[in-house]
Design a protein around this ligand. Structure first.
Ligand code: FES
Length: 129
């Protein structure tokens, strides 16, 4: 007879790979935890669907490229541009943004989402809680 510790990490299949399109996300309940799985530039990322601000359903927010301020030679603002190499999730409740690749808020790196290991094998995506 074996005993599984209640906090043991379990790798669980969440569905077919095509449920997570490039530049998109798939939100799924795994037991009592809701997880958002994202694919960006071919890599998968998974976060708990709980915003670090006030617990909103962050993984269901809009996905937009980061906006970077453009500066001239003397550091004056001359405009803004999308950074297509940094995709952000925008929380639908109050607009907090997080990088999909790090789970961190761009201005407050200690303000982060709870991430989970995620991988893909044989056309199936797995999340380890
Ligand atoms: S709960 Fe997400 S921004 Fe407030």
């Amino acid at each position: 007879m074996s005993t599984v510790h209640p906090r043991a990490h379990l790798r669980q299949a969440i569905g077919a790979s095509d449920l997570v399109p490039e530049g998109g996300r798939f939100v799924v309940d795994i037991g009592e935890t809701t997880v958002g799985v994202f694919r960006f530039k071919g890599t998968l990322y998974a976060y708990e669907n709980v915003c670090a601000h006030s617990g909103g359903p962050v993984c269901q927010g809009r996905l937009v490229p980061r906006v970077r301020e453009l500066l001239d030679d003397v550091q004056r603002t001359v405009g803004a541009a999308f950074d297509e190499d940094d995709l952000h999730i925008v929380c639908p409740w109050h607009g907090a943004e997080y990088s999909v690749t790090t789970g961190a808020h761009p201005g407050q790196p200690l303000f982060t989402l709870r991430g989970f290991p995620v991988d893909e094998e044989g056309g199936t995506v797995y999340v380890t809680l």
